[in-house]
Ligand binder design. Structure first.
Ligand SMILES: *Cc1c(COP(=O)(O)O)cnc(C)c1O
Length: 221
């Protein structure tokens, strides 16, 4: 199976409204170009330096998503071209993104990362932290970011009931925030949840953006 076959097979099993982010981290440009030539344009990277290199050397109509933990001091390198930042895990980071976007007068789409797994994932905020941010006076001053939804990672476990539960919890938080803060605003619309091992469960639970790497490009070494 080629990279494009893998993508087509995954897409064929996804409902129409679910966006596929092909996670190309650690993979060479040739692999990305195979997917690109097959018609896929959305890629995810988790290291700033790798993302910048790939952005510079690959076609400019690629939509780059940053999916990893982002340090505030590196925000400036990706803000000019990134399409979506998936893992905003602190108010400080959100303010930094706003500040850098302000400098070049653009608006950057961000997802707030929620901590839904029991252990492992160190990053992500609680529902309370997120509501505190959205309610704050400071937040209302940020004119150069757009909150496009939530992102979360489930526990890495064979216990599928638990994975279902964690994704369902994220979905319920999404619905509640949508209702309380973005009722008449369609910009809050994405739930980025699901990777190679659990994306089918995530889609069952309402994901509309899956981040898939190894099922497309093969295992990372
Ligand atoms: C690496 C990574 C993925 C993709 O993982 P696979 O198991 O290879 O599909 C998805 N999301 C994040 C945040 C990642 O770091």
């Amino acid at each position: 199976m080629s990279i494009t076959d893998n993508i087509n097979k995954i897409k064929a099993g996804l409902p129409d409204e679910v966006l596929l982010v092909a996670v190309s981290k650690t993979k060479p440009n040739e692999d990305i170009m195979q997917a690109y030539n097959g018609g896929h344009k959305i890629f995810g990277e988790n290291k700033v330096q790798d993302l910048v290199k790939k952005y510079e050397s690959l076609p400019k109509d690629i939509e780059w998503h940053f999916i990893g933990h982002l340090q505030s001091n590196k925000v400036k390198y990706i803000v000019p071209f990134v399409s979506l930042i998936h893992a905003v895990d602190s108010f400080k980071l959100l303010k930094t993104i706003d500040k850098e976007a302000n400098k070049i007068d653009i608006r950057v789409s961000c997802l707030l990362q929620m901590h839904i797994a029991e252990e492992e994932t160190k990053f992500g905020m609680s529902f309370e932290e997120i509501t505190d941010i959205l309610n704050s006076v400071d937040f209302k001053q940020l004119k150069h970011i757009k909150i496009a939804g939530l992102m979360g990672m489930a526990t890495n476990t064979k216990d599928t009931a638990r994975v279902h539960k964690e994704f369902a919890y994220l979905k319920s938080c999404f619905n509640s925030l949508k209702n309380d803060f973005y009722n008449n605003n369609n910009s809050f619309k994405y739930m980025s949840m699901g990777m190679s091992s659990d994306y089918k469960i995530a889609v069952d639970e309402g994901s509309n953006m899956v981040r898939i790497g190894s099922l497309i490009f093969g295992a990372r070494t």
